[in-house]
Design a protein around this ligand. Structure first.
Ligand SMILES: NC(=O)c1ccc[n+]([C@@H]2O[C@H](COP(=O)([O-])OP(=O)(O)OC[C@H]3O[C@@H](n4cnc5c(N)ncnc54)[C@H](O)[C@@H]3O)[C@@H](O)[C@H]2O)c1
Length: 260
């Protein structure tokens, strides 16, 4: 299978590329990534020369670049992770989130539809999203796939919009899609602006530890390699048009996290 992974130079994307090459050595993995501040090809040093791995520098905001990648590699499936992903940045500058997460997903869906034509249902797109589309986690309970959407930030609202586009392309055009909504990930290759690497860096450098609000926010945490295994499972076994929540059953108040 020729597989396009968008955002493969980012945190989860790089872990997924490594996972895929390890577990599916017969597939060709093409990492389509714009290399924004969050993308780092150093994450993929160990696989860069493998014959079944390619990097394609492209921007989802530019439909022609997506078409070029499809023409060159004849993709049979896509796992879509590329996004602007940092909530704080979405508050200070939401435009990039609208352009990449919404327009970029639209460009990807339309390009795939054009290339796959009558064979749309034979090719799968796995859309990787977040549980933040459901809003804030209360002190008890969990998000279910049936939980109403209640995004609270420009980031989560742009991801929610992309989830709705993916759903609509399935219902309207018969596209073979699955969507996953995952909780917070931790593990190797995470950009240091995110909560856990930031806390660890500050602790090791004797810097003050930031607390967001009163620190009472509750988040569920999942090890990134477990997320990759779940994505692999949903990609191969998920029912078309379905959404699957992925979590670690590992809920913490921010204030209670001890990174060391
Ligand atoms: N990090 C988490 O805890 C978490 C949890 C649940 C879901 N998700 C979702 O998983 C996906 C990956 O998250 P992450 O934490 O690895 O993100 P990240 O910010 O670490 O990486 C994003 C990657 O996308 C690329 N990218 C950004 N804009 C692009 C564009 N216009 N065109 C092409 N490439 C572009 C970047 O260069 C980068 O390599 C996102 O869709 C995110 O919403 C993340």
């Amino acid at each position: 299978m020729n597989l396009m992974i968008t955002g493969g130079a980012g945190f989860i994307g790089a872990n997924l590329v490594l996972h895929w090459l390890r577990h599916h050595p017969d597939d060709l993995v093409v990492n389509f990534d714009a290399l924004t501040y969050a993308g780092n090809l150093g994450n993929l040093e160990e696989v860069k020369d493998l014959p079944n791995y390619r990097f394609f520098r492209g921007d989802l905001r530019n439909a022609l670049e997506i078409s070029k990648a499809f023409s060159e590699h004849n993709f049979e499936a896509v796992i879509h992770l590329a996004a602007e992903s940092h909530v704080d940045r979405s508050i200070s500058g939401p435009a990039d989130f609208i352009e990449t997460n919404i327009t970029g997903t639209f460009n990807l869906l339309e390009t795939a539809r054009k290339f796959w034509g009558d064979e749309l249902s034979k090719h799968r797109i796995l859309h990787v999203s977040t549980d933040e589309v459901y809003g804030s986690l209360g002190s008890s309970g969990k998000f279910l796939e049936s939980t109403p959407y209640a995004p609270n930030s420009p980031y989560s609202s742009s991801k929610a919009a992309s989830d709705h586009l993916v759903r609509a392309w399935h219902h309207t055009y018969g596209m073979n899609v699955v969507t996953t909504n995952c909780s917070n990930n931790y593990g190797p290759y995470q950009f240091p602006e995110k909560l856990l690497p930031l806390l660890i860096n500050n602790c090791t450098q004797n810097l003050p530890i930031p607390v967001y609000g009163d620190g009472e926010n509750i988040r569920d945490w999942l090890f990134v390699e477990d997320h990759c295994e779940a994505l692999d499972c949903v990609f191969h076994e998920g029912d078309t048009g379905e959404t699957y929540n992925i979590g670690g059953c590992n809920e913490w108040k921010n204030i209670d996290i001890d990174p060391l």
